[in-house]
Design a protein around this ligand. Structure first.
Ligand code: NAI
Ligand code: ENO
Length: 302
């Protein structure tokens, strides 16, 4: 029988947690939203914004009687957050999360909550902004949410988390946590690392002043600066948690960069043109799938 979900608790009320709270209140008005954030300042803003039906100063009280609890804190804080909610959890509660890397988080949650059902998740939707005021209810519309349940996770619990994300507008996929981490290393984590690198490099060039970089930044560089403005704590944690997959992908990236470096040095026009033709086709496939750049617009509008 399908589980009934009457109460959802959100722990961490930043960009993602506040977007979940907003979307649940808007799309599932019958569901009671409870919440907690470790920061006094964030709780105060969340109260002012009316993000939750009940906002608690104490993590364990926030999850009392909740059917699904979503941990929306940086990846490195998941274990602490799980330990802090443990005393308040109902026996039937499903604990989920939204962390950008999954194998390490899944292991940390299973260790912290050995007697509870854990269904890890990752909504592949966000912006470079953070904090409770940056969230918005339509963030997950048409975006993928990847669930990485353990092989022996109860099917009705997977179904309950999946239905919740679908109600918030997302499309759901289920995959193994290690595979998730490999895929996201190339589609999300490495691009962020490259953006952090190029923007840092540009700001440290001796021959080009910082004001010239700002004044003459062309579209491509501007796109990198948006990504490189992403939350430092969140991304520090992602790289530390997904170390192996990121390093494996970075190795391949460095090899390919060397190939292009060599083509430029040797004046190999065909190599460069072939490469750029192949990458253009990938961009066109993404647009054909309807998955093109929602984040910059979302970031501007909200
Ligand atoms: N920013 C993005 O675009 C996306 C982020 N994610 C993941 O979502 C999670 C949250 O990210 P954001 O919402 O962007 O971060 P954020 O910085 O906007 O919000 C995180 C919140 O968690 C709170 N917090 C930290 N430790 C806590 C604890 N132990 N207990 C309670 N609250 C705690 C902080 O005070 C903060 O308000 C991260 O794991 C991130 O990897 C997933 C998809 C997209
Ligand atoms: O803002 C962007 O371009 C993003 O890539 C947002 C994002 C950041 C982290 C995730 O785990 C998923 C999505």
């Amino acid at each position: 029988m399908a589980r009934s979900v009457e109460r959802v608790a959100v722990i961490g009320l930043g960009l993602i947690g506040s977007s979940i709270a907003r979307a649940v209140k808007e799309r599932l008005p019958q569901v009671v939203v409870t919440g907690h954030d470790a920061s006094d300042a964030v709780r105060e803003i969340a109260r002012g914004l009316g993000l939750c039906d009940h906002l608690s100063d104490d993590p364990a009280s926030a999850v009392e009687n909740a059917d699904i609890i979503i941990l929306a804190v940086p990846v490195g804080g998941m274990a602490d957050a799980a330990q802090a909610i443990a005393p308040g959890l109902a026996p039937h509660a499903i604990i989920s999360d939204v962390g950008s890397s999954k194998a390490g988080v899944a292991a940390a949650l299973a260790k912290a909550l050995p007697d509870h059902i854990v269904i890890p998740a990752h909504p592949v939707a966000g912006t470079e902004n953070s904090g409770p005021a940056a969230g918005f209810s339509t963030l997950f519309d048409g975006r993928w949410c990847i669930l990485t349940p353990a092989a022996d996770a109860p099917a009705d619990a997977v179904e309950a988390v999946s239905s919740l994300w679908e109600a918030l507008g997302a499309k759901v996929d289920v995959m193994d946590a290690a595979h998730h981490d490999m895929v996201l290393a190339v589609t999300s984590h490495l691009p962020h690392l490259i953006a952090y690198t190029i923007v840092g490099t540009a700001s440290e060039l001796e021959e080009v002043t910082e004001s010239e970089v700002i004044k003459y930044s062309a579209g491509g560089f501007r796109d990198f600066t948006r990504i490189a403005a992403s939350d430092p704590v969140m991304w520090r944690d992602v790289f530390l948690a997904n170390k192996d997959a990121v390093l494996a992908t970075l190795q391949r990236f460095n090899e390919d960069l060397t190939v292009l470096q060599q083509a430029i040095r040797r004046g190999d026009a065909d190599k460069l043109e072939d490469w750029f033709t192949r990458t253009r086709a990938i961009r066109r496939s993404i647009i054909a799938e309807g998955q093109d750049d929602p984040a910059p617009d979302f970031g501007r509008k909200h």
